[in-house]
Design a protein around this ligand. Structure first.
Ligand code: DC
Length: 222
């Protein structure tokens, strides 16, 4: 992996990680890997099968038997056992349950192995919660992107409204805070900046500014 540039972008839900990571990858000619999409795809499959989400062994087995493929492109598609689930994994139902699945150690082991394999093949920009701390601790550049819960809820509301969902903004803020809490207090790989991560608060910044700050940091420090 040492020859490939590896950029890790971690941070809480709605901080703009995926939009930023996609643009950084595109401008630097790297592959973008959305690790949240992998947890979402396994969650969707578990919900479809009516699995008990408290059954860690059942979920781990499911993760092992599942193929999640990320197809690069302008709008990255996500294939769950060959089926295109790009839209479905963003539904409020999946969003509401994904933290429960993502806290299962066995599920994480399976998905982290796959993420490392992908990063071993080419230069990547990978976004998630534990990329700089666990998945790619040797990454050349690590960023922790954050923003206030209110700002993140506003951004998510805009996105969801665009897709035709009706939004209660206070409920959204509460959901984001709950998900942050679960993600940062779980026993395995909690959400936290790596010691050597550059922390960027994107509250007052637009996407282009964040992308430019990241690329300029990489250019200066690589
Ligand atoms: O980034 P996202 O909202 O698509 O992530 C979905 C969920 O997956 C979220 O609850 C955090 C979890 N996740 C994780 O635990 N580790 C990652 N590397 C990526 C996402």
């Amino acid at each position: 992996m040492s020859d490939n540039i590896c950029v890790a972008i971690d941070g809480p839900a709605g901080a703009g990680k995926s939009t930023v990571a996609k643009q950084v990858a595109q401008q630097m000619g790297l592959l973008y890997i959305d690790t949240g999409a992998m947890y979402r795809a396994v969650t969707l499959k578990a919900l479809r099968q009516n699995l008990n989400l408290e059954d860690a062994d059942g979920l781990t087995k499911l993760a092992r038997e599942t193929t999640v493929k990320l197809v690069p492109g302008l709008q990255q598609s996500v294939l769950l056992d060959g089926e295109d689930v790009t839209e479905e994994i963003r539904s409020p139902e999946v969003t509401g349950h994904v933290s429960t699945v993502a806290k299962v150690a066995g599920v994480r082991e399976v998905l982290v192995d796959r993420q490392r394999e992908m990063a071993g093949e080419t230069g990547v920009v990978m976004d998630g919660r534990d990329i700089g701390t666990v998945v790619l601790p040797q990454a050349n550049a690590k960023f922790f992107l954050t923003a206030s819960a209110e700002e993140r809820a506003r951004r998510r509301a805009k996105e969801l409204a665009h897709k035709g969902y009706t939004i209660d903004i206070d409920k959204l803020i509460k959901e984001i805070q709950d998900r942050d809490y679960m993600d940062s207090h779980r026993a395995v790989s909690p959400l936290a900046p790596a010691g050597d991560a550059v922390i960027i608060d994107s509250s007052g910044m637009d996407i282009e500014e964040v992308v430019a700050a990241i690329i300029s940091w990489i250019e200066k420090n690589k």
